[in-house]
Design a binder for this molecule. Structure first.
Ligand code: BGC
Length: 266
């Protein structure tokens, strides 16, 4: 199977590092023109865009806070001004503000929900509006458009000390499935990816050093995830090879969501 996203335009939110950056690069390598959205870190986002351009691809870096309606509108307008259309949205921006619930500040609760959930709603809404506005582009894809929500194994697995994060990802699951139910009839494909413990800056403290071996006990497949594990799935899910995949969550977690603690105790 050869996957090409040539002539497609992909927007990746939160793409200055981690899963977003890896996915943006993979989408560009598959031939898509890529918009690399960032909020705080302009430099790595610009560097990634430059790297893609030097390799013969098309990419721009665009600032925008996904939790702000005006920023999201401006981000999508810039995408269409630059590349003429939008075919793929990877709503990836997300953050953690960890604390025991008893100590969690309202600010930490709100910030996580605003970025991880409201940001995904605003981005998806803007993508849906753009797909409808531009109409079918059958020479690039069978679908009118594709939306991929970046979720987490914690849409399923409760996570003590991270109630804000787990609540936001649980909500992303029903956000995704509700939108999918709503727009499938328009040939807009909506899905999610739920990564487990992938080695990125979001979980540096648990994926390195002593804590890494404890983390491995939670992963039946016996290794941490790499950014490419997720990026490859993004490319496939965005492509027509996955044209009949709609309203589902693809867990990319080495089996973390199999509750491995039950293997010999339950
Ligand atoms: C979190 C990581 C964590 C992983 C598995 C992800 O959603 O962002 O920090 O390592 O889930 O627990």
């Amino acid at each position: 199977m050869h996957i090409s996203l040539e002539h497609q335009v992909a927007l990746v939110t939160g793409a200055s590092s981690g899963l977003g950056a890896g996915a943006a690069l993979a989408l560009a390598n598959a031939g898509a023109s890529v918009v690399i959205n960032y909020n705080r870190h302009a430099e790595p986002a610009e560097a990634l865009a430059e790297r893609i351009r030097q390799d013969g691809g098309k990419a721009i870096a665009v600032h925008g806070d996904v939790s702000k309606e005006d920023d999201v509108e401006a981000l999508f307008a810039r995408t269409v001004d630059t590349f003429g259309a939008l075919d793929i949205l990877l709503a990836n921006s997300g953050l953690q503000r960890d604390a025991a619930t008893v100590d969690m500040t309202l600010a930490d609760w709100n910030q996580v929900l605003e970025v991880n959930l409201t940001g995904q709603f605003l981005s998806a809404r803007a993508a849906l509006r753009q797909f409808n506005r531009q109409g079918p582009r059958p020479w690039v894809s069978k679908a009118l458009g594709k939306i991929i929500h970046m979720s987490s194994v914690h849409q399923l697995i409760p996570w003590a000390g991270h109630a804000n994060y787990a609540a936001s990802k649980g909500a992303v699951d029903l956000l995704m499935r509700s939108i999918a139910q709503e727009v499938g009839c328009q040939r807009i494909r909506v899905n999610a990816i739920a990564p487990g413990a992938v080695r990125t800056s979001i979980n540096q403290d648990t994926t390195t050093g002593d804590k890494a071996s404890r983390l491995l006990e939670l992963i039946p497949y016996g290794r941490l995830g790499e950014v490419e594990d997720v990026a490859n799935a993004v490319v496939w899910l965005a492509s027509d090879a996955a044209d009949y995949v709609h309203g589902t969550t693809l867990f990319i977690d080495g089996g973390m969501s199999l509750y491995p603690g039950f293997k010999d105790n339950g």
